[in-house]
Design a protein around this ligand. Structure first.
Ligand SMILES: [Zn+2]
Length: 324
């Protein structure tokens, strides 16, 4: 009889990297209603639901010939190991090990999304304190000239401030705060999505190969400071292969983006990328390809074999070598 750990929740972590993981993976898969308050109880129950979904999927994929799930030679209990992958989103007992099937296991996939967030977050200027500082009623002061640096930044970051009204605010200490819309950020946030479909008679390994070879060309098209490109591959029952590339870039304000990108679906350029906006953008960029979990298992196995050992996330510029 297969061994299944009985997970018990310990606590729900609330760092930005945990939020990114939940927004990128848990919420879209479990149809989590984000308009309601994400209470701990709701997050825990969604996570346990996802554990069940993933366990059921591992068996279906094994039965359709997924190599990684076959019990052969040294990995006799491959499926058991996957089924007991350490859940993310909620800290759980018992502490099992991550299964490292980062393309398909929702927990390992989301750990990758949190790592992307770490890298992107450490490159973007931090604006946390000015965003969160509460205004003090009745205290208002004009300051001239405005301070050269944003308040509450980490060392080594720069954030130039526009000329404009400043307010006194407090988060324990009195601070000068400039509203987000009046600040000049040293970088803009650019996001976009490009999607292409191919009939399933096309060789999927060949398609994935050409993606991995050519995605770096983005460096010649846009002079960004940092970029991350996340590719997902899904088999949809039309039948066709759907390759989706999601881009997130940090660009200087004076940089022009070529027209071919401006016309892409979901193209967005934000001149005021606060930490929360960057977080939401990373969550969208690292979104889990839900067809791998819900679509035809035979097609999913073909996808998994084609992307096996591939890196489907690429980091460029100042996003590289950051994070943990
Ligand atoms: Zn896993």
């Amino acid at each position: 009889m297969a061994y299944d750990a009985k997970f018990r929740s310990e606590f729900v972590p609330g760092r930005y990297r945990d939020l990114v993981a939940r927004k990128a993976v848990l919420y879209p898969i479990t149809a989590f209603d984000q308009r309601k308050r994400p209470t701990d109880a709701r997050v825990i129950s969604a996570t346990l639901k996802l554990v069940d979904m993933w366990r059921a999927r591992t068996l279906a994929l094994r039965d359709h010939g997924w190599i990684a799930a076959q019990s052969t030679g040294s990995s006799k209990k491959a499926v058991d190991f996957m089924r007991n992958c350490r859940p993310n989103f909620v800290s759980m007992f018992p502490r099992t090990r991550p299964c490292s099937n980062r393309h398909v296991c929702p927990f390992c996939f989301s750990r990758g999304a949190a790592t992307v967030w770490d890298a992107v977050d450490s490159a973007f200027p931090d604006t946390t304190l000015p965003e969160n500082a509460r205004r003090v009623r009745g205290v208002r002061e004009e300051q001239s000239p405005p301070p050269a640096l944003g308040v509450g930044e980490r060392r080594g970051r720069t954030l130039t401030l526009a000329q404009g009204k400043t307010r006194m605010a407090a988060d324990g200490v009195k601070r000068t705060v400039i509203p987000v819309a009046e600040r000049v950020f040293p970088y803009h946030l650019v996001t976009m999505v490009s999607r292409s479909t191919f009939p399933t008679r096309e060789s999927l390994p060949y398609l994935v190969d050409s993606v991995c070879r050519t995605r770096g060309q983005i460096r010649d098209m846009i002079p960004f400071e940092g970029a991350v490109v996340c590719t997902t591959v899904e088999g949809i029952k039309s039948p066709e292969w759907v390759l989706t590339h999601r881009y997130l870039m940090m660009v200087r304000p004076e940089v022009d983006v070529p027209d071919s990108f401006l016309n892409q679906a979901f193209y967005e350029r934000d001149p005021h990328p606060t930490r929360r906006k960057v977080m939401n953008a990373v969550a969208r960029t690292c979104r889990y390809p839900r067809h791998l979990l819900f679509g035809d298992p035979g097609l999913t196995v073909r996808v998994l074999h084609a992307i096996r050992g591939r890196k489907l996330r690429a980091m460029y510029g100042s996003f590289r070598g950051r994070g943990r």
